[in-house]
Design a protein around this ligand. Sequence first.
Ligand code: NAP
Length: 505
Amino acid sequence: MSTETKVQEFAQFINGEWKPGCGGATFDVLNPADGEVVAKASKATAEDVNMAVQSAKETFESGVWSKKSQKERTQIMLSFAGKIKEHAQELIYLEGISTGATVRKIGGADIMQLILCLQQTANMSLKYEMTEHLPVMETFGPNRTQLVREPLGVVAAITPFNFPLVLAMWKIAPAIAMGNSIIVKPASDTPLGTLKLAELAIEAGLPKGVFNVITGLGSEVGEALVKHPDIRKVAFTGSTEIGKKIMEQSASTVKKVTLELGGKAAAIVLPDADFELTIPGVLLGVFFHAGQVCEASTRVLVHESIYEPVIEQLAAMTEKIKLGHPLDPSTGMGPVISEKQMNKVLDYIESGKDEGARLVCGGKRAEGPGLDNGYYIEPTIFADVTNDMRIAQEEIFGPVLCVMKYKEIDEAINIANDTNYGLSAGIWSRDVTTANEIATKLEAGTVWVNEWHVFRNDAPFGGYKESGLGRELGMQVFNEYTELKSIITSLTTENKQRQALGLIF
Ligand code: NAP
């Protein structure tokens, strides 16, 4: 793919049409690989939010989507998946010029995930019980009771910069499968692919107004969505800091919220770990997408008997990761998302040095042909980290690995759990029985054994502790996008069978 770009303009996508923001203002979208402006997007205001919510609500109430049968909705979702496949190159390009993600990540992981998520969520929705019949019960009079699942109405999805398409789809797919309308607000650094996705949905036959995208500042547009009385649910993925704000803001309208937040995963390397699997696995776990992954294995706890050889091999293999332009297929690691993020990560690296961690490799902004104007950071490994250091406790969200030593497995489990986060964890060992026992003791929503970054659309994903609330993916996700109603119908015409009358007569 050519690395040359020309600045494109993107309006919002509301009610099936491209609509510039009411105030006419725009904001720049930059390419993290060189800091150049690649696009201008509409800077929406609260007025745009009101308009988008109104139109999504009208669409919902019209029944054009919410009253369709599950089978009809599934068919349109499958053709939406087909459209994504057809336009994969364009999506890869839009994401490649604006997110810093490599084409290997976008093509090899994101697009495949998007398509599978849509297809599998659509198919799983056919098996989801929208109506359940309870056995007849005599207490207080015989009755027949139905439990009915109904769509919520208009859902707001607020997404982060690191996996803009996939994390939007984790919300769009279950929301529309259940008949809701949705408004997605992507991160301001990375709105392009999500906007294109909305256009493809309409081409696939999704009625106008079911899937809308509004762009603008989180503190303005995001907040207006969260506080809007006609938004029935907020599905948020982002930092724990903003997640807490969203939970507070949702309280005034008692909104349903799901929160997918930060992480500080630990990978425990047991003495019998297979180095052939563990070394590349740990490095993929932490350096994939330049470390900007919520469930990344940022802390690695290594048994004292293999501590130095593991560090040596991690450092040697790190040298093989090629930094470069995201659109170059040979690139293994691209830049971080912004100058601000780069400086934040570099500050953490300095704090690691100040607190006495041993710098094994990396440790600074990357330099070299093609890298100098971008926000590239050398993949960095610190050894002799202790769990009280800032680099071990706070989410860095960059290519920084913290290696720690342990003696006893209980000590490793305590260190792994000694964090406010609880999104993911992992174990590397030849003994999968022991590893699975350890998995039960780790406070995390996902635990990998001899694996990392592997997702299934039928396996729920979410966090313990300050890593989140609720789950995405899996059959359970449909509970998060529906209301549950009990319809209790009397089976008698005889008052004498209605014991409840005796309570007052
Ligand atoms: P972020 O700063 O929290 O932003 C996430 C989204 O929230 C963006 O769309 C942002 O809009 C919006 N936002 C900001 N302030 C808001 C407010 N006051 N009200 C409503 N919305 C607001 O996160 P990020 O830097 O994009 O992403 C990195 C974080 O996401 C990391 O902490 C990572 O761990 C987490 N994450 C979690 C998961 C998971 O599944 N658990 C997955 C991926 C990422 P603007 O961009 O306009 O500010």
